[in-house]
Design a protein around this ligand. Structure first.
Ligand SMILES: [Cu+2]
Length: 318
């Protein structure tokens, strides 16, 4: 199978911090780098000095043997100790600043890690979506993170810290996104065969754009208009796709796979593996295991026409 259809997404970096939470991690990283560089420089300078000064060319006898040097010993112990203590407190302060108490806030978004996709639901609305996670900018958001099967780990470096997603346990993150944009990340806890393809895509939008998106997502699954898509809709229900996927407002209510209600409005599919277009959807439906080996979606033996109908239907679900 050629790899040409795969998207080449590079994860964002902590140095492109796009939230105050990420900025405080970046600040701490800089401080660490400066302190570590100073120590390295000192060691290199002293080692070079001693290497040159005491090379055997100039000396045929051992240098004067000294035992103990109180002043030097105090320095050697106290400076590293002071650095360690300083960074312990700087790290604790950073953690406190970015993971403050949640008080009685209710989460703005719930993200659940699955093998191998991200489910996102928006409390207070009927919206559930997958993989492309829309969030508003300029607003402090509380995220609830958990997992449906094994441990996953949420990390979008430009937006802040990593957070484990553990089955049966709720973890929380605060997040304020400064600028609209697309922020990529990846699952950061090995979670099985397709872990490497478990990319994260956060689409940060200005409040009005975000609200428009959210209200579009609250609508029920579009009713297909043309014959091809209508055939696809029937096939979807008949082929047991509905036992794993949800199409809001239809009989399809499965929750083991990604919600497909507005699948056509997503730009990428299969956690950032490829662009969401009819060629790739057809490729996926023809043989999921060839596209993403190990994925928890079985292979259906479809005629070409059936794949075309299902693809037409799915791509219309804007
Ligand atoms: Cu994962």
């Amino acid at each position: 199978m050629p790899d040409l259809f795969l998207l080449n997404i590079s994860a964002s970096s902590i140095f492109d911090a796009a939230s105050p939470e990420a900025a405080s991690i970046r600040q701490l990283t800089f401080e660490f780098i400066i302190a570590a560089s100073a120590v390295l420089l000192l060691v290199v300078i002293l080692t070079s000095y001693i290497t040159v000064k005491y090379r055997s060319k100039h000396r045929h006898e051992d240098p004067k043997q000294i035992t103990g040097n109180r002043a030097l010993e105090i320095w050697m112990v106290s400076v590293p100790l002071a650095l360690v203590i300083l960074f312990l407190f700087r790290s604790l302060a950073t953690m406190n600043a970015i993971l403050p108490d949640r008080g009685n806030h209710t989460p703005d978004i719930i993200i659940t890690g699955h093998q191998w996709f991200w489910e996102a639901s928006y409390p207070g609305t009927t919206v559930t979506t997958a993989n492309e996670i829309h969030l508003p900018t300029g607003k402090r958001i509380l995220m609830l993170l958990n997992a449906a099967d094994v441990i996953h780990d949420w990390w979008v470096p430009a937006l802040g810290p990593k957070m484990d997603m553990i089955p049966g346990m709720n973890n929380y993150l605060w997040l304020t996104i400064n600028q609209p944009g697309i922020y990529d990340g990846a699952c950061s806890e090995f979670c099985g065969q397709q872990h490497a393809w478990m990319r994260i895509r956060v689409i940060a939008q200005l409040q009005p754009d975000y609200e428009r998106w959210l209200s579009e997502q609250t609508t029920n699954t579009h009713i297909p208009q043309d014959t091809m898509a209508k055939a696809g809709a029937i096939l979807f229900l008949e082929s047991t796709c509905s036992s794993c996927h949800r199409l809001k407002g239809t009989a399809a209510a499965g929750i083991t796979g990604p919600d497909l209600t507005h699948f056509g409005s997503r730009q990428t599919m299969l956690t950032g593996m490829m662009a969401n277009d009819s060629g790739n959807v057809a490729r996926w439906l023809s043989d999921p295991q060839a596209v993403k080996p190990g994925a928890h979606m079985p292979r259906f033996i479809f005629a070409k026409d059936s794949i075309r109908a299902l693809t037409a239907y799915l791509e219309q679900l804007k």
